[in-house]
Design a protein. Structure first.
Length: 306
């Protein structure tokens, strides 16, 4: 994330809780100690890790999700391997850690690592060195480590699912990122920020703003971005109709839909269907969508035939 983008987004966070996070991040940025960021999914842990990177003056951040790669592939993916290390290893391969240079290695969802990988990681963090798979030559680590988890790892330590010694090592400094429902002053500024990115206008009454602020946003910032993305492919303005749909219990119980993983046609069908169920008035639905009643009927007929 570019410095201007980080600064711009940071300026849109107005809740005292976010200001507290910012002061904590600025304080720890100047040290080499490990930092554990924990909070619900979508709360912005990646953003705050990048903010620490920016304040510390490091150029890049390598963001690695610890649950993305199966354990038997993790070592070769992260640490690289030497020629002949395993069948198919026809040449030396550096691995992703080498690309971090003197930047940040951000181990996202570190609590998803197996106990075996936790043991390996502990030795690497302590020595700041690692062996590529099949190699007898150690590589030095110039990067700084940051970590994240969706929950307090202390509970996994108590149940024996996370090594206590590794936990103490990575949590020398911990920053809790509260969910949006506990920092509601950030909600409207974030909506305005992401709407501006998508060139979406906002025309909300006090009731519409109240709906947005009081909505739980269980997906946190990620859900707000989804909300804006969905509207951006259908309309050019956020209005009260959108907030009423968002607050509707039948709409809320469904998995939030994302324009990233469905086609425009599917997204439009879903949105129109919800509007018709909500209002049972096609003229009003057409007005909300900014199209004529005939165009709405044409789309309904088209989708009914598909």
């Amino acid at each position: 994330m570019q410095k201007d983008t980080i600064s711009s987004l940071l300026n849109n966070l107005k809740d005292p809780a976010s200001d507290h996070i910012k002061r904590q991040a600025e304080k720890v940025a100047g040290f080499e100690t490990g930092v554990l960021l924990f909070g619900e999914t979508g709360t912005g842990k990646d953003f705050w890790a990048d903010f620490i990177r920016m304040v510390s003056g490091r150029e890049k951040m390598l963001n690695l999700n610890c649950g993305d790669v199966p354990e038997h592939l993790l070592e070769s993916e992260w640490f690289g391997y030497s020629k002949g290390a395993f069948t198919g290893a026809g040449e030396n391969h550096e691995g992703r850690w080498a690309s971090a240079g003197n930047g940040i290695i951000f181990l996202n969802q570190i609590d998803l690592l197996t106990l075996n990988m936790q043991s390996r990681l502990l030795r690497i963090i302590e020595r700041k060195k690692y062996y590529p798979l099949g190699s007898t030559v150690e590589k030095d680590i110039e990067s700084r480590f940051l970590y994240s988890a969706d929950h307090d790892i202390g509970e996994k330590v108590q149940s024996g699912k996370f090594r206590k010694d590794l936990y103490y090592r990575i949590s020398a400094f911990s920053i809790n990122i509260p969910p949006l429902r506990k920092r509601r002053e950030d909600i409207m500024p974030l909506i305005k920020y992401f709407a501006s990115e998508k060139n979406i206008g906002i025309q909300l009454t006090k009731k519409g703003k109240k709906n947005l602020i009081e909505y739980r946003w269980d997906g946190n910032i990620r859900e707000i971005k989804n909300f804006i993305n969905n509207i951006s492919v259908l309309k050019k303005v956020i209005d009260d109709n959108d907030t009423e749909l968002l607050s509707d219990s039948s709409f809320r119980t469904e998995k939030p839909f994302s324009s990233d993983d469905m086609t425009l046609r599917e997204l439009e069908i879903k949105y129109i269907t919800h509007l018709i169920k909500k209002y049972n008035n096609k003229s009003k639905v057409a007005t909300i969508l900014g199209i004529s009643r005939k165009s709405l009927y044409d789309r309904i007929e088209k989708y009914g035939k598909d």
